[in-house]
Write a protein that binds this ligand. Structure first.
Ligand code: GRF
Length: 207
């Protein structure tokens, strides 16, 4: 059984999608903890209702990023995870923290990386006038929103789109590709080769 710790800051809908997929698809994995940096993260309630241990470490109470990350790392490592999943965890992470979880920490970012790093990615895409936007699941490296790409999905931008409509359409896709990428990890199907991730799947992904 692979052990997974999920970090959230808010709604936690990606965390829910992962928890549900793990259950429904009978993964050889257990979500061993959900940890939030905010006490008002709505996702905590869902996790608790599923019997998953939760903890809150309030980031704004710490004097420095490094101080918070050190405590967070200790808390995560109590659960000896194979994988740490960032699911709407709205924090920039220190280098030491990220390097501690090299090739075992994943993130989902709402753009087709390397375009549009940082926040407000839907606004960035609309402002740039691109016709295609999307999502990226990647392993986390010290540089913000970089790191070996595991999976991407593209959506067409419609002339009627605004930030809300775009984010709603993308969220549906997030809930499909993020659990799938985590499952690939659990099944040992991801091999990191420098900046590339080889995904050893039978499915023809072009369909
Ligand atoms: C998602 O849009 C994700 O791409 C971004 O933050 C949002 C989190 O949503 N990083 P949720 O908390 O998983 O519902």
């Amino acid at each position: 059984m692979k052990r997974i710790v999920i970090l959230i800051s808010g709604r936690g809908s990606n965390m829910q999608a992962i928890v549900q997929a793990a259950k429904k698809e009978n993964w050889s994995a257990e979500i061993v903890a959900v940890i939030s940096n905010r006490s008002d993260a709505a996702g905590l309630e869902y996790a608790a209702s599923m019997g998953i241990p939760t903890s809150v470490i309030i980031s704004k109470n710490f004097p420095t990023r490094e101080a918070f990350d050190a405590v967070l790392q200790t808390e995560i490592d109590r659960y000896s995870p194979d994988l740490v999943v960032l699911a709407g965890f709205m924090r920039i992470l220190s280098v030491a923290f990220v390097e501690h979880y090299t090739n075992r920490m994943m993130n989902i970012h709402p753009s087709l990386l390397p375009s549009f790093v940082g926040v407000k990615t839907h606004k960035q895409a609309l402002d740039a006038g691109v016709k295609i936007h999307g999502l990226t699941v990647h392993f986390v490296t010290p540089e913000l929103d970089h790191g070996p790409i595991i999976e991407q999905v593209a959506v067409r931008i419609l002339s009627s789109d605004d930030e809300d409509s775009l984010s709603q359409r993308l969220l549906i896709q997030e809930h499909i590709i993020y659990p799938r990428a985590v499952r690939w990890f659990v099944e040992g199907k991801l091999k990191v080769n420098g900046n590339r991730v080889d995904v050893d799947v039978d499915t023809d992904l072009t369909n």
